[in-house]
Design a protein around this ligand. Structure first.
Ligand code: COA
Length: 155
């Protein structure tokens, strides 16, 4: 199979929430049956959505939301939600590119900390980008066990 070099072939762009629905449906939330793939925070002030494209095809998505996690004592936090890469394109560097672009944008906004609720199997992805995890494991209905991952920015 042709080797994809993420630096040369992938483009990261800000996208609108509707473009995320197909990957949210296929990769993240196949249990949802009513075709509602929006999050209540999708159009909240401060929210932005990133997409990674190969040619014109959207292959990876992530939504960055202004939301504090009260178990972490730091002001001005953002939360990453609904991060996913199309199953045919996973492990090719698209997710890494998206998260690094998100971090770059958040640093410019002087955000102090990025956090997310990670499915246990996705933890190695976040740790590969230097995110740390809190100890507690908690259950999210329909999806499974999660841990909170976080990264201090601007330090
Ligand atoms: C987790 C996910 C978003 C990662 O996206 P991706 O585009 O595949 O990630 P990348 O190719 O950029 O991976 C970057 C690094 O993360 C690590 N990594 C990624 N996925 C991994 C996995 N499933 N297991 C172990 N390590 C993984 C690797 O170290 C990789 O570096 P490498 O290429 O040098 O090996 C993607 O696998 C996915 O959509 N999974 C299903 C949905 C999901 O669980 N989303 C997260 C919800 S919390």
């Amino acid at each position: 199979m042709m080797k994809i070099d993420p630096k040369n072939n992938f483009k990261t762009k800000i996208i609108c929430n509707k473009l995320t629905y197909k990957i949210r449906k296929n990769v993240l939330w196949p249990h949802i049956k009513n075709n509602h793939y929006s999050l209540d925070v999708d159009n909240q002030k401060g929210t932005f959505h990133l997409g990674v494209f190969i040619n014109e095809k959207l292959i990876s998505i992530g939504t960055f939301v202004k939301e504090n996690n009260n178990t972490i004592n730091t002001k001005n936090q953002y939360r990453l939600r609904a991060m996913a890469t199309d199953t045919s394109y996973q492990k090719k560097g698209a997710g890494r590119l998206l998260l690094l672009k998100g971090i770059e944008i958040l640093k410019k906004k002087k955000v102090n900390l990025l956090w997310c609720s990670s499915r246990l199997h996705a933890i190695p992805f976040y740790t590969s980008l230097n995110m740390k995890s809190l100890d507690k494991i908690y259950h999210i209905e329909h999806i499974g066990p999660h841990k909170t991952m976080y990264l201090y920015l601007n330090k």
